[in-house]
Design a protein around this ligand. Structure first.
Ligand code: GLC
Length: 517
């Protein structure tokens, strides 16, 4: 395994609830993941990022952690974890785990102790508690709104204090002004580093530090996580001090281990601050998640990221889908055109210098499931907005592995969310070894990317305004974002990979091609 692997890796996000269910309880588990390591190996990924599997009441699908050092029984045991990690390492695949430091679950021992201990106690100081004003008992301490909808404050059961939760009321925010919180998370980092993990994805990495005095935000206090602007609770400069204390911890361990930030910022400049040499290694670039499928928007996002990350010596970290956003096939129009554009965008990403994250199921061309019945939904967004926002369950539907079975090979029982019509044809079994399938396209693209490593990016004259063309030092990539085919006259060299048929030397609408240099 090479040094600095993380500057050019392809990293695959596994969402444990929905990847593979070995024990047939309808929910994915660690043994299921372990059984699929050969699949990930054949896909050619360098590492796995695993969403949370810790002990949790699952009010936010595990992003509500009750014990940071224990595995939730739904997912298995610590032994299962060790066995999975070993199998991944044997296959040459690294493992990044999710760390959730902004908030714990309300079932965490600390929060239970805080409620028991009462106002003014050291236990309450680990979270953000504020007194209820007897003159205005219904008015929270400030106007902050939860990212999932409704106020960011809930009253304690005795009605005397409020506590802060930027997310669900079952996810109280930790107080990062308290040294005990710092010490505890350093210890948690070491716990998993000692077990051999290769890094951490830091959840809400821009959220831990709150502005002094918890001042009101402008407007009505509503701040979206996705597409956020800076606020008294997001992207405060103080978060950087935390990362400067974490970096030396991870550096003590061998093996080039990393931190990747989930930091929603309002500019590439602000994002790059997380990547200064004494802070974190990678930060997801969400600009392409937010961008429409348009040449001009992609180019703008790519240029900003490359310029800003070069300034701090960090790799660009590209992503199109994850467990929080609508799958890119659907964002780009769904159906055949959505899938065509999704493959083209993926092929573009895989030609860029830097790191690419792939979200489980995108390699099968899975679409967002928009019509889940309300009864099966679990995302707190759905409940906290009274169904106004359907939430994120539609990108979390269990993976179809086989063409048949109660959950299409996800497990021996129905999965925790039903799979839609049509997913049998998108299953691994249906696509494996089939020329032209999305799975074979991903396998080929990842293998070619490894064989032809990008060293930079130079824009070339594009054949039309809806097209991007660039040279990455190893391949020339042309992407047609428009609705009409464009001529490829003037581009030559062996065609390494095309996401659609290049009939008559033309690049079809919503497709991409790589030429060897
Ligand atoms: C992050 C996670 C998301 C979770 C939230 C609260 O955005 O990706 O799934 O709901 O943080 O932990």
């Amino acid at each position: 395994m090479s040094d600095n692997w993380w500057r050019e890796a392809v990293i695959y996000q596994v969402y444990p609830r929905s990847f593979a269910d070995a024990n047939g309880d309808g929910m994915g588990d660690l043994a299921g993941i372990r059984s699929r390591i050969p699949y990930l190996s054949a896909l050619g990924v360098d590492a796995i990022w695993l969403s949370p599997f810790y002990a949790s009441p699952q009010k936010d699908a595990g992003y509500d952690v009750a014990d940071y050092r224990a595995i939730d029984p739904r997912f298995g045991t610590l032994d299962d974890f060790d066995a999975m990690l070993e199998a991944a390492h044997e296959a040459g695949i690294r493992l990044i785990v999710d760390l959730v430091p902004n908030h714990s679950s309300s079932e965490h021992e600390w929060f239970k102790a805080a409620l028991a201990a009462g106002p003014g106690s050291a236990e309450r100081d680990r979270y953000h508690f504020r007194d209820v004003d007897p003159a205005k008992p219904e008015t929270p301490p400030n106007n902050w709104q939860s990212v999932f909808g409704g106020p960011a404050w809930t009253r304690t059961p005795d009605g005397k204090q409020w506590y802060l939760h930027l997310f669900d009321s079952s996810q109280p925010d930790l107080n990062w002004d308290n040294p005990e919180v710092h010490a505890e998370f350093q210890s948690i980092l070491r716990f998993w580093l000692d077990r051999g993990v290769d890094g951490f994805r830091i959840d809400v990495a821009h959220g831990m530090v709150k502005a002094e005095g918890l001042p009101d935000t402008g407007g009505d206090g509503t701040i979206e996580m996705i597409g956020t602007t800076r606020s008294p609770f997001f992207d405060q400069d103080g978060v950087h001090d935390i990362y400067r204390t974490w970096r030396p911890v991870i550096e003590e361990y061998d093996g080039d281990r990393i931190f990747v930030a989930e930091a929603w910022t309002d500019s590439a400049e602000r994002r790059a601050l997380y990547l200064r040499p004494d802070e974190l290694h990678q930060a997801f670039n969400f600009d392409l998640v937010l961008a429409p499928f348009k040449a001009v928007d992609f180019r703008k996002a790519i240029d900003a990221e490359i310029a800003n990350n070069a300034g701090v010596g960090a790799p660009c970290t590209w992503v199109l889908s994850n467990h929080d956003v609508q799958r890119h096939v659907t964002r780009y129009g769904d159906g055949p055109i959505g899938l065509a554009r999704a493959k083209a965008a993926t092929q573009l990403l895989l030609a860029l210098p830097g790191v690419v994250y792939v979200y489980q199921g995108e390699e099968l061309g899975l679409n967002e499931v928009l019509d889940l019945p309300d009864e099966v939904r679990e995302d707190p967004t759905f409940f906290r907005t009274n169904g106004e926002q359907i939430g994120r369950d539609g990108c979390r539907v269990p993976i179809p592995w086989k063409t048949e079975g109660p959950s299409l090979g996800f497990g021996d029982a129905a999965g925790w969310l039903p799979q839609p019509e049509g997913w049998s044809e998108k299953s691994v079994e249906a696509e494996d070894g089939v020329a032209g399938s999305t799975l074979e396209f991903y396998r080929q693209a990842i293998a070619l990317r490894k064989a032809h490593k990008a060293s930079g990016l130079t824009w070339l004259d594009e054949p039309s305004a809806d097209t991007l063309a660039f040279d990455n030092g190893a391949v020339v990539c042309v992407v047609n974002f428009g609705d009409e085919p464009v001529s490829l006259d003037g581009f030559d060299g062996e065609v390494l990979l095309a996401s659609a048929d290049l009939a008559e030397g033309r690049l079809p609408a919503g497709s991409a091609v790589w030429f060897a240099k």
